[in-house]
Ligand binder design. Structure first.
Ligand code: R1P
Ligand code: URA
Length: 290
């Protein structure tokens, strides 16, 4: 059945509403970043750039590196923006925008997030790179989709809920695995792996105490001490759980690499976070395209 104009929203030129690009502008391999200024920091390494677009905080460059076509797109901060960007990119790949019909042939996309994050373990130093073997959603987004339980891991979620005594006033935490094939490509002795926890904010939801106190006050200690058969929570950020969850439900591959800019246990912040992010970009582009 075709989609009403209010549901699959297009701009006057036929591009999709927020991302502002057309299907032909999207590569099969997509790098997502939070910061719009980080898009150019990725695409400056491309051998050529064929298309640039922007709208609000969503900046997109598509080009080629070492013969591989890549799109790099900024999502802004938070899982609410991930819902917009991933829904629209999947529509570009798998819905006929003119008729609104779902395409007969599925087009699979691979997403690699290159983000920044705070470590939740004392032994994960600032400026290191962490790959999320799993995304732990403390944000609630995935519960808005029918069938999302199929990509979640109830046993580990229950162990987590028990361990941290998660409040029933908050949405149920959900755990989704990252892509094994992308992990094979991107992991090396230079990367650390663990569960990436995704919060719905930077301050209270990540246990930061400025003027308002986080609830519970010791949320970070509870996360740091969680251990499920050797699997521990390595870091906190604001997008990975929704990326893993939506990509898995849509049939795509997704993996999150984060440069550690803060260590929350030691109270440290990177003295040059931009340098750490640039190093992560160079490392990941090399692994993805060579
Ligand atoms: C908070 O400072 C932002 O930085 C992290 C968080 O996930 C959040 O989006 O990622 P990015 O640097 O990719 O935006
Ligand atoms: N991004 C986050 O969301 N948290 C941090 O501590 C650092 C970067």
């Amino acid at each position: 059945m075709s989609k009403a104009a209010s549901e699959l929203v297009l701009n006057a030129d036929g591009s999709i509403y927020h991302c502002n690009i057309k299907p032909e502008h999207l590569a099969d391999t997509i790098i997502t970043v939070g910061d719009p200024n980080r898009v150019e920091k990725v695409s400056r390494h491309f051998d050529s750039i064929e298309h640039k677009a922007s709208k609000r905080e969503i900046v997109t460059h598509t080009g080629t590196l070492n013969g591989k076509r890549l799109t790099v797109i900024s999502t802004g901060m938070g899982t609410d923006n991930i819902d917009i960007v991933f829904s629209e990119l999947d529509a570009l790949a798998n819905i006929d925008l003119e008729t609104g019909e779902i395409n007969k042939d599925f087009r699979k996309l691979s997403f690699v997030r290159l983000g920044t994050s705070g470590a939740l373990q004392a032994d994960i130093p600032v400026d290191s790179f962490v790959i999320g073997s799993h995304g732990l959603g403390l944000d609630g987004l995935l519960h808005y989709y029918v069938g999302s339980e199929s990509v979640m891991n109830k046993e580990i979620e229950d162990a987590f809920i028990n361990h941290v005594d998660w409040s029933s006033n908050k949405s149920r935490p959900y755990l989704v695995k990252g892509s094994d094939s992308l992990l094979d490509k991107l992991a090396s002795e230079k990367t650390i792996q663990g569960i990436t926890a995704t919060a719905c904010g930077f301050y209270g939801p990540q246990g930061r105490n400025l003027r308002l106190q986080p609830n519970p006050a010791d949320i970070n200690e509870r996360l740091t001490s969680f251990n499920y058969n050797g699997l521990r929570i390595s870091n906190f950020e604001m997008e990975t759980s929704a990326i893993y969850g939506l990509a898995a439900m849509m049939g795509h591959e997704a993996l999150s690499v984060n440069a550690i800019v803060a260590n929350r246990i030691l109270g440290e912040f990177s003295s040059d976070s931009y340098k750490a992010v640039d190093a992560m970009i160079e490392y990941s582009l090399e692994k993805l395209t060579k």
